[in-house]
Design a protein around this ligand. Structure first.
Ligand code: ADP
Ligand code: GLC
Length: 497
């Protein structure tokens, strides 16, 4: 190995402490893998009120730490825990993090002080590095919430003993969430008015965290190669394609890995029975248990299609809503749906079990154990996403031998191999049009394959379960990305000096 790197990850969520989506899975696993490769990694995140400090053995690290925000000195405390050997520091601020949600209230209204909350988190994370003497080679930020890190390094920390050497990396998990706010908090964020220009933070009169973060970062990546190409176009670039294109080869895609310690049917302790590709009898047990739990007809030969999702526009479930009743009326198939989010979709999917008893099950809410049950007990897993930066559930599905039915976009395109009816090869069923009829016909294709070409399904299950998306490969790509960032930073310093 080349020399060990010192890396600080700044994040708004991380498994097992706080999670709303895949970002938490990524930051819960990538640091461990980097650590196993010999790197020195720390994670910094908020101490949300809902995190149970005693359950995770958190210890007070600093009673008080001062953080400059514009002309104001803000104070916070810092707690410390350990996630499989990786030190995790928690920024504790009652004012900002002692509330029920991470980003929004129970009605899905964003907290109005989000720019202050996450600007503060980011500056506090950098201050912490100074106060504990963590001489970072890499500051690795994730999404708009910590995107300002690259700018703060250049504006405030270019000459620091702790952070002056640090190169910055920004990972975009979702380009649609940019942190675009009125400029009212610009002073508080301490970004300097000279940088409030269209090529940096200014965005049609507002300020844009992600845009500034992209411009200042030494390298930027997203979480699959296909999404990296798609976001370079106006359609999926959400106004930022020009800035991503300006990065040239300093913007690229690295596919997420998954944590097989958590998601592996051979050893998953949350599911009714374990199984392997060589012996799928446990999967049949899981299927029957799932049917029982959702009061579905307990028929081993009826295929189940699973859904686990945030119910937001991105996931295309409004299209599934348009197709599902025709599907269950015309095909012998069952659905199990787990999700929360949009109130209209919650109401709609939540009402289906009563209208299609024995055929559709639904749980509206967030439930990790149920997510594992659905992965294990279903035959197919559907993700009709409008766009999908990576997607983790379809990769979990492959491991559980639950064949994905996906729209060919972003990470879904990169991880699922189309079924070939002549050869019987592939790992799932893909469609391109974002329409209800494409969903209808593709589910029909999967269901007819299930009934008419069972040997193909079995072959696909074996291929799917043998896929390897472990973090080691992705982590090696991140190390190469870190080296690229350090080379860019050195070139920058050389040019300046
Ligand atoms: P995204 O991050 O866009 O939501 P991903 O597929 O990357 O999509 O990750 C979603 C993660 O959140 C998965 O680990 C999935 O199991 C989990 N998840 C989503 N909704 C729920 C839910 N209602 N209950 C339990 N887990 C959920
Ligand atoms: C985002 C994306 C999802 C991705 C996850 C982790 O939430 O929507 O596609 O898998 O981040 O990178």
């Amino acid at each position: 190995m080349k020399s060990a790197l010192k890396i600080v990850m700044l994040t708004s969520e991380c498994v097992p402490y706080a999670k709303t989506g895949g970002l938490a899975d990524v930051v819960g696993a990538l640091p461990q893998t980097l650590r196993a490769m010999g790197h020195d990694v720390i994670v910094v995140m908020p101490r949300y009120g809902r995190i149970d400090g005693s359950k995770f053995g958190l210890q007070r690290h600093f009673e008080s730490m001062g953080v400059w925000m514009g002309n104001e000195l803000e104070w916070c405390a810092v707690d410390k825990g350990e996630n499989d050997g990786v030190p995790v520091y928690f920024i504790e601020s009652n004012k900002y993090f002692e509330r029920a949600g991470l980003y929004h209230d129970e009605n899905f209204n964003d907290y109005s002080d989000n720019p202050r909350r996450f600007g503060f988190l980011t500056r506090a994370g950098l201050q912490l590095c100074r106060d504990i003497g963590f001489k970072a080679d890499i500051v690795h930020a994730h999404d708009w919430q910590t995107a300002l890190a690259s700018a703060y390094l250049r504006i405030w920390h270019w000459n620091d003993a702790a952070l002056g050497r640090a190169a910055s990396v920004l990972t975009i998990h979702n380009l649609a969430y940019q942190g675009k706010y009125s400029a009212a908090d610009y002073d508080y964020l301490g970004l300097q008015w000279g940088n409030f220009t269209p090529d940096k933070f200014e965005d049609h009169g507002a300020m844009n965290f992600l845009k500034g973060g992209i411009v200042y970062a030494d390298v930027v990546n997203t979480v699959s190669p296909t999404y990296a190409s798609e976001t370079r176009t106006p359609e999926l670039g959400y106004g930022l394609a020009p800035y991503l294109n300006d990065k040239g080869s300093d913007y690229l895609g690295i596919l997420n890995g998954i944590d097989y310690a958590q998601w592996n049917p051979a050893q998953d302790r949350l599911i009714p029975a374990n199984y392997t590709a060589a012996d799928l009898s446990g999967k049949a047990v899981c299927k029957q248990a799932l049917q029982k739990r959702f009061s579905l007809q307990e028929n081993a030969n009826t295929p189940i299609v699973g859904v686990i999702s945030r119910l937001v526009d991105q996931k295309g479930l409004h299209l599934l809503a348009e197709a599902i009743e025709e599907i269950v009326s015309n095909m012998d198939v069952q659905f199990v749906i787990l999700g929360s989010g949009d109130k209209g979709l919650e109401w709609y999917f939540g009402s289906l079990p009563a209208r299609y008893p024995g055929q559709i099950g639904a749980y509206i809410g967030y439930n990790n154990e149920l997510a594992h049950w659905i992965e294990a007990g279903s035959d197919f897993f559907i993700m009709p996403s409008i766009y999908e930066p990576c997607g983790l559930n379809q990769i979990y599905s492959l491991k559980y031998g639950t064949l994905p039915i996906v729209r060919a976009t972003g990470g879904l395109e990169d991880t699922v191999q189309q079924y070939d009816e002549a050869a019987g090869t592939g790992t799932g069923f893909k469609f391109l049009q974002p329409t209800a009829s494409a969903i209808y016909y593709t589910v029909g294709w999967a269901v007819s394959t299930y009934y008419d070409r069972r040997h193909h399904i079995l072959q696909m299950i074996r291929t799917a379960m043998a896929q390897d998306y472990s973090w080691e490969k992705s982590a090696r790509q991140y190390v190469a990305l870190y080296e690229q960032a350090m080379a860019n930073k050195a070139a920058r310093d050389g040019a300046a000096g």
